[in-house]
Design a binder for this molecule. Sequence first.
Ligand code: NAP
Length: 269
Amino acid sequence: MTQKTIFITGATDGIGLETAKLLAPNGHHLLIHGRNKSKLDKARSELSAMEGSGQIDIWEADFARPENAARLAEDINSAYETIDVLINNAGVYKTATPRTPDNYDLRFAVNLFAPVILTQKILPLIPKTGRVINLSSAAQSPVDIDALKGAAELGDMPAYAQSKLAFTIWTQAMAAAQAKGPLFIAVNPGSLLNTNMVKQGWGGSDKDIGIGAKILVRAALDPAFEGRTGQYFDNDSGNFAPPHPDAANSAITQEIVTAINDTVQPYLS
Ligand SMILES: NC(=O)c1ccc[n+]([C@@H]2O[C@H](COP(=O)([O-])OP(=O)(O)OC[C@H]3O[C@@H](n4cnc5c(N)ncnc54)[C@H](OP(=O)(O)O)[C@@H]3O)[C@@H](O)[C@H]2O)c1
């Protein structure tokens, strides 16, 4: 198997860490991102100890603040020449502190603005044959533009579901803008897999995290995903599927993509 350089955000726990554990034994060069230094160190030790593992690098950044995502991207640009696959996995659902220091909802900051900024800024490192895999969800709901911009407050589920639809729509827009590659795919890894997010939000479930990790590995590497740029893979059905109907409404998608671009613009220069 060809070894790739694969960057996974939010890989200190849950689906991201499990994905790294599936990839490590094949010798891929893994970039592991998280916000907690001791969890990052632990992840690196575990992954490096796996037979066949290759280079494992760790990167710390709290995505609550867009400027941290921008700084991480600059450091990544200085450190590497090529990222073959970027998996934008870091995400948050429930929080006791929904407002960020920049007055955004934490779900929009972590699940949307940070990966948008990171991806835009490191795009020159990702070859046309590369892939960007964006974590979506079955929970997608129509986006309140004021809430996206931080001007209105939402509960946990609306904020989460809106951030995921916005990220899915942005994935489509990037695929259209980068028609020659890299590939952009949105993935619902499977609903209610038993991660910290699901334990905190729903009290846990009996669905294995590996369901999500396996589909992310496929999305990252499987030739069957070629030619699918801009599409949404729904791992609840095990197929590519239409996302929320708003993603097919050009007036709505334009408004959302413009609001995202306006918000992240100050962090891109
Ligand atoms: N589990 C499911 O059933 C399910 C379903 C649909 C979609 N998803 C999506 O799958 C992705 C992974 O979620 P998960 O279920 O594996 O959740 P998880 O176990 O809670 O893992 C989330 C990861 O994101 C990191 N993260 C959270 N807030 C962050 C911040 N402010 N800055 C930087 N990193 C941060 C976490 O870091 P720490 O280790 O420090 O907490 C962790 O590494 C998310 O995008 C989620 O929305 C999950």
